[in-house]
Design a protein around this ligand. Structure first.
Ligand code: NAD
Length: 477
């Protein structure tokens, strides 16, 4: 299998001829050769996108016409649901049943932003009869989109849909560990009738292709999802051109359970929150904080549930936890398991690869109890099926523990005390809070984190804000 860049409507190899190989996580065998882009390929892609911006119809098209194209993109994705899911399952090691959900959500992203732009208003401010001030939104220019390897197709479309909806041509740089599903996007865009040059892909290693995109002077906005450390590097480089940045970064989200909560549902949410999507989820509830009165029971039941999570081949519909993305990432996750034990945390489930699975990056659902805040496994994002459980006694202590990391992406609160709920939602440092609920998204709402988890918000009109500039016109009347 061979994958090339897509620039100005054509599939092209790298100017340098360089390629890299991708691995299948379930076996760690090489199965695709991908063009490895550098600054020359980025230059060509940005030039194509820039021409589409300055001369093409896309930024000037009425919103309703752009929306019609976006809806056709959604339909083209939906008609390839099974193919997208199969590719995603093979390329990322996601269980096939969960990969299907990703393809469905990708189509929804386009339909949703089609609706957003057809209902978006612009503001008018009247100063009695003396002045009329009105706001005009304009697409900002070529958008650089840089995406991670977890749920790649869904996250690519989460950026593509609003950028295109806003009228911006794009250059997408998919993650090098999971580039395959992006290979379907060119035919999807062509089938939907997106004008040539509006959608471009440059594959490649982040430090080469990604860095060149961030440094390019004709790309005024970068939307990035990935690790906090990479986000910091990108911010430094983008500062040279004062670019607009949207940063969706790492997390270490707490799930806080009080003894008045519905324990059965809290357990369901804890298991779903950290073991679905192989634990490779930015909003994973990777720290579970449990009130001491129910701590022992909760730990025992969580361990029992974890032991029942079915680890297996990603393409088996019975599999609940597949193969982690890459041997390098797997080694990192396994290292955290070792660190957890050395730090004195109590391993109550998992910690090892399950038996009977040859090769591949498999790890059983892993639960550490008695984790304390100074431990590395409490502080650092593991990004795998590993959860830390920590006891607390009072509400104040729960808040202190919830806020005791550098991250602030999501938080999950389980209690039936209404007043406590409202007190805690005010003081927990997280961009997104779910109360008595697992992670369910409403695409209209702001998505993003505080502290080291990100900068800015996407979702609904927040996404459109990223890809447009608001101009104010003051008219004396
Ligand atoms: P990563 O930061 O290693 O890579 C993300 C992307 O950035 C890749 O395409 C990579 O090639 C590129 N990149 C790497 N170095 C670059 C550079 N110097 N300049 C420009 N681009 C560069 O992240 P990852 O390991 O692919 O993804 C996992 C991380 O993403 C986790 O930390 C996770 O929490 C985070 N994440 C966050 C969200 C969110 O919405 N907050 C969603 C999903 C994943």
């Amino acid at each position: 299998m061979k994958l090339e860049h897509y620039i100005g409507g054509a599939h092209v190899p790298s100017v340098s001829g360089a390629t890299f190989a991708t691995l299948e996580p379930a076996t760690n065998t090489e199965y695709a050769t991908v063009a490895a882009g550098d600054a020359q390929d980025v230059e060509a892609a940005v030039a194509a996108a820039r021409t589409a911006f300055t001369e093409g119809p896309w930024p000037r098209m009425p919103a309703a016409e752009r929306a019609a194209v976006l809806r056709r993109i959604g339909a083209a994705i939906e008609s390839r649901d099974d193919r997208i899911a199969a590719i995603e399952c093979r390329d990322t090691g996601l269980p096939i049943t969960q990969a299907r959900g990703q393809a469905h959500r990708a189509a929804q992203n386009f339909r949703f932003f089609a609706d957003v732009i057809t209902t978006l208003g612009e503001n008018v401010y009247r100063v009695a009869s003396a002045q009329l001030n009105y706001v005009v939104r304009k697409p900002v220019g070529v958008a650089g989109l840089i995406t991670p390897w977890n749920t790649p197709f869904m996250l690519e479309t989460w950026k593509l849909a609003p950028a295109l909806a806003a009228g911006c041509p794009v250059v997408l740089k998919p993650a090098e560990w999971s580039p395959l599903s992006a290979g379907l996007l060119p035919e999807i865009m062509e089938e939907a009738g997106l004008p040539t040059g509006v959608f471009n892909i440059v594959h490649g290693i982040g430090e080469e292709a990604g860095a060149a995109l961030v440094a390019h002077p004709d790309v005024p906005v970068i939307s990035f999802t990935g690790e906090t450390g990479t986000g910091q590097i990108i911010m430094r480089s983008a500062a040279a051109h004062l670019k607009t940045l949207s940063m969706e970064l790492g997390g270490k989200s707490p799930l806080v359970v009080f003894d008045d909560a519905d324990l059965e549902r809290a357990l369901d949410a804890a298991v779903f929150g950290v073991f679905s999507l192989n634990g490779e989820r930015c909003t994973a509830s990777s720290r579970v904080l449990v009130q001491d009165t129910i701590y022992d029971t909760f730990v025992a039941r969580l361990a029992e549930r974890a032991a029942r999570v079915r680890v297996g081949s990603p393409d088996d519909p019975a599999t609940e936890l597949g193969a982690l993305i890459h041997p390098e990432h797997y080694a990192r996750v396994m290292d955290y398991v070792r660190v957890g034990m050395e730090e004195g945390a109590r391993l109550v489930a998992g910690g090892e690869p399950p038996t009977g699975l040859p090769g591949g990056n498999f790890l059983s659902a892993t639960v550490f109890a008695d984790v304390t805040p100074e431990m590395r496994i409490f502080q650092e994002e593991i990004f795998g099926p590993v959860v830390c459980v920590t006891p607390f006694s009072t509400e104040e202590e729960a808040v202190r523990l919830a806020n005791a990391t550098r991250y602030g992406l999501a938080a999950y609160l389980w209690t039936n005390d209404l007043r406590r709920t409202h007190r805690m939602t005010q003081v927990i440092e997280a961009g997104m809070l779910w109360v008595n609920s697992q992670n369910v998204r409403d695409l209209r709402t702001p998505f993003g984190g505080v502290k080291a988890s990100g900068l800015g918000r996407e979702g609904g009109h927040h996404s459109i804000d990223v890809y447009t500039e608001s101009h104010i016109v003051h008219v004396a009347t």
